[in-house]
Design a protein around this ligand. Structure first.
Ligand code: ADP
Ligand code: MG
Length: 319
């Protein structure tokens, strides 16, 4: 970056051209609290949220993008950043294999599946595994767990940590749990997570589940666009943390039945296309026989579609 461009970088919304105090308030009320969230917004979203004209919205987004380095970078720069990607073990070597080594940092990985498919178990296991040294498949850091369904269980962490010969008290102390009471609170927790990741050695962020609150709050309210807009912002926040802090973000998603569908998978993750587009990796989990589970990599930018078997036992996730 050139010196002038560095100077031109603005950190606060009020420093963006054409943004006065009244606009700062309006943007804040609509949930746009930092320059990044504006940079990630669409023209329509900003226009609806603030009542500004289309041209003004476009200008504002471009100014925000400029100050967030959202322009071009060379392939070499991209490669350099890719070299820093960490891979977090799932606890199953078969599962790791279909992921090309493990759950990647600098990415959002979506685990979707029906009730009891193992989504929550896997996020617990990853919260323990992240604490392992890199040589053992961990990322040598702490986990931050946003729990929207009240299903985080310290007892389960104890079992999984013991199975790995980790100190159970330490393992629990290394997981920060934020219980989200509604979708607004969930979004706030994600923003806080970004702040915390700057000072704490956080190497994993979990949101279990992503859509629970959004789904129940927006049911039958005819405000689907509003929901998708918030969701879009929430995922942008998470994606930005994954990128800037070089950590994996893992989100879970329930599937809903699509009874009208005659061909293909009768279930699909909820949240619509936004979740799909913002997740780098999508994994479909389903129950097999007894403690067996099937994981299918459905979407990845550089890996083939693949399926594997793994187990969930008292000791946690294994082959
Ligand atoms: P979801 O995909 O709905 O989040 P979970 O991850 O909560 O599903 O999976 C629940 C399943 O995990 C249970 O039905 C059970 O099969 C398994 N499970 C949970 N706890 C244990 C345990 N202590 N020992 C063995 N299996 C367990
Ligand atoms: Mg669950």
């Amino acid at each position: 970056m050139t010196k002038e461009k560095e100077m031109a970088k603005v950190q606060k919304i009020e420093d963006l051209p054409g943004v006065g105090p009244a606009m700062v308030d309006k943007l804040g009320e609509a949930g746009y609290k930092d320059v990044m969230s504006i940079a990630a917004a669409s023209v329509g979203e900003l226009r609806d949220a603030t009542g500004m004209g289309e041209a003004a919205a476009k200008k504002l987004i471009m100014a925000a993008q400029d100050s967030c380095d959202m322009g071009f970078e060379t392939g070499t720069e991209v490669m350099k950043k890719r070299e820093l990607v960490g891979k977090l073990t799932t606890g199953s070597s078969e599962f790791n294999k279909i992921l090309g080594g493990g759950v990647e940092s600098q990415a959002i990985t979506e685990l979707y599946g029906k009730f009891a498919a193992g989504k929550t178990q896997l996020t617990h296991q990853l919260s323990v595994n992240v604490q392992l040294p890199v040589s053992e498949g961990g990322l040598d850091g702490k986990a931050l767990y946003i729990d929207t369904e009240g299903t985080f269980r310290p007892e389960r962490i104890n079992q999984m940590a013991s199975a790995l010969n980790l100190d159970t008290e330490e393992a629990l102390a290394n997981i920060m749990v934020g219980k989200a009471y509604n979708s607004d609170h969930q979004m706030l927790l994600a923003e806080k997570a970004g702040e915390m990741a700057k000072t704490e050695n956080i190497k994993l962020i979990v949101v279990d589940s992503l859509m629970g609150h959004f789904r129940s709050e927006y049911v039958g309210r005819g405000t689907l666009a509003d929901r998708q807009q918030k969701l879009n912002r929430h995922l942008a926040t998470l994606g930005k943390i994954a990128d800037s802090r070089n950590l994996p973000v893992v989100i879970t998603n329930q599937v809903m039945a699509q009874p009208g569908l005659l061909f293909g998978d009768p279930t699909a993750p909820i949240g619509g296309h936004i979740v799909g587009h913002k997740s780098t990796f999508r994994l479909y989990l389903r129950k097999g026989k007894a403690d067996k589970r099937v994981a299918k990599l459905v979407d990845s930018p550089h890996l083939p579609e693949a399926e594997c078997l793994f187990s969930i036992t008292e000791n946690g996730v294994s082959d």
